[in-house]
Design a protein around this ligand. Structure first.
Ligand SMILES: [Zn+2]
Length: 216
């Protein structure tokens, strides 16, 4: 604790507060995991067959909608979390703290894992939302579009920042990392597909086609 507060402008008191917060979060997550594990065991006891029958009573459309609701809710919660982590990093930047502090903030909060999950859930949601209506694009097209390099869509500087097109930006505040953008000023966030959809006012299919054609 003393070591960390020497690197930063946090006082020992603030640090022990942060530490307690993270500890509470960690314990809560542990309890949730334990609960889920117990639920799963219970399910298995009741029997997989019963579950299968139960599932078959619902239409594919209904199951699809349930899954979509679940994904949307997960993405919303994760994005809120990610936004908070970025805010903490921003605060740390404002305080001119050492880079290591931001590394710690990101690691302690599993930022990377959360961003990966948002991406994964987002792809699945895109596919579920657009598959039926739009057979003209394939899953592979969506993957290509999602991984279309951000730097080809907008000029990103060495510090990984770009001028944000979604608000009147004077100093670059759109942070681009792992092909995912986040604006510290207006809060816009998303991948290459979302970027083109919002900037060019194209729909999903148009955007996927546009990006598969090289973005011009
Ligand atoms: Zn912005």
């Amino acid at each position: 604790m003393g070591f960390l507060s020497k690197l930063t402008s946090f006082s020992d008191e603030e640090f022990s507060y942060l530490y307690r917060l993270e500890n509470i979060r960690f314990k809560r997550e542990q309890a949730e995991r334990k609960f889920l594990k117990e639920m799963e065991t219970e399910w298995k006891k009741i029997g997989g067959e019963a579950l299968k029958e139960f599932k078959n009573e619902f239409s594919d459309e209904f199951k699809k909608n349930c899954r979509m609701q679940f994904l949307k809710q997960q993405i919303r919660a994760l994005n809120e979390d990610i936004g908070l982590i970025y805010k903490r990093c921003e605060l740390s930047l404002e305080r001119n703290e050492s880079y290591i502090v931001r590394v710690i903030i990101c690691n302690i909060n599993n930022l990377e894992e959360k961003e990966k999950r948002v991406k994964r859930f987002g792809t699945e949601l895109y596919l579920l939302e657009n598959k039926q209506e739009n057979m003209e694009i394939s899953d592979a097209d969506v993957v290509v579009a999602k991984s279309f390099p951000f730097e080809k869509l907008i000029e990103v500087n060495h510090g990984l920042f770009a001028l944000c097109p979604f608000h009147a930006d004077v100093k670059p505040s759109l942070y681009v990392k792992n092909n995912f953008g986040y604006c510290f000023a207006c809060g816009w966030k998303g991948d290459a597909i979302k970027f083109v959809m919002d900037k060019e006012h194209k729909n999903f299919v148009e955007t996927v086609k546009f990006l598969n054609a090289g973005g011009d």
